[in-house]
Design a protein around this ligand. Structure first.
Ligand SMILES: [Fe+2]
Length: 298
């Protein structure tokens, strides 16, 4: 690869090589300030799940069946009904229907293997066990093969409504239900194929932003109302009302050329959001972008 100038992400210049040659941490890393850091039992559990899920991911074994602890179930039972109440009011119809079809329980933590089988029957996507956040390009290398990486650990119980890294509540209640929609599944797969194929860091960054402002933080216009479909919003009791009602949030129609030029800061509440008309429309947009970039994956 030729030397590329530094590009800016999250407000700071970054080494473009990380976009296309991502690191692969082989050990659990909890960031400074993580609420579980001083809890020996929590760290041990996270390490065990890290090793198990990493092995299942690398050996392509599918999601392992997990025996969840009573503390993990307690956290699920505390957070998931609160989210469900907000979902019924503010999530898009496609999400709500899929959540019901998948039978995601408010009392029992679902087994990802079961969800994976159901999603596979519907859209030919499947779930890949992830030990933690994967580097962007690694993440999309699975999606290119119609596998969506999902975590199987739960956030720390001292702050049930907060997690510094995506956990099972984020993945299961945010990302998994929309995978039941064919257009959404094709949007993801195409982003994955394109991000995994191009060797241009700026194109990877553009695809990452397209994904951030749709898959993670997208809003959708539905029968004259603005609804939520982004997983980052749907998995947070704070982000759902903030995204729709805060005066500090700019909400604009999703214009691809603007979206791919828009930087964001993942460490705070999102104050810049874009609204799509439908998943079918989003699919046409990503197809157009990939074609324009000249990435030969269509
Ligand atoms: Fe996510």
């Amino acid at each position: 690869m030729k030397e590329a100038a530094a590009i800016v992400e999250y407000g700071v210049p970054i080494d473009p090589r990380v976009m296309i040659e991502p690191p692969d941490p082989a050990e659990l890393e909890l960031e400074a300030g993580h609420p579980g850091l001083g809890d020996v039992g929590y760290v041990k559990r996270r390490k065990d799940l890290f090793a198990l899920c990493r092995r299942h991911r690398l050996e392509r074994l599918g999601p392992p069946l997990i025996k969840y602890t009573s503390e993990e179930t307690r956290i699920w039972r505390e957070v998931s009904p609160k989210l469900d109440e907000l979902h019924r009011m503010h999530a898009c119809q496609i999400y709500l229907k899929a959540k019901d079809t998948l039978g995601i329980s408010k009392t029992e933590i679902p087994q990802l293997r079961t969800l994976s089988d159901r999603v596979k029957r519907e859209t030919n996507m499947h779930l890949v066990p992830a030990e933690g956040p994967l580097a962007y390009r690694t993440f999309y290398s699975y999606i290119a093969e119609r596998g969506f990486p999902v975590t199987q650990f739960i956030r720390h119980g001292s702050h049930p409504e907060f997690t510094p890294e995506p956990d099972m509540i984020h993945d299961c209640l945010g990302h998994v239900p929309p995978l039941m929609n064919q257009d959404y599944a094709e949007v993801l797969t195409l982003i994955g194929k394109a991000a995994n194929t191009t060797s241009d860091p700026l194109q990877v960054l553009a695809l990452k932003r397209f994904s951030w402002f749709s898959i993670e933080f997208g809003l959708m216009e539905e029968q004259g109302e603005t609804k939520v479909f982004g997983a980052g919003i749907l998995s947070s009791t704070g982000e759902i009302p903030f995204s729709l009602f805060s005066k500090d949030v700019r909400r604009k129609p999703f214009v691809t050329d603007e979206v791919i030029e828009t930087d964001y800061d993942p460490s705070r509440m999102q104050d810049h959001l874009f609204i799509i008309p439908s998943f079918a429309w989003l699919r046409r947009e990503i197809e157009g972008l990939v074609r324009r970039f000249g990435i030969a994956v269509l």
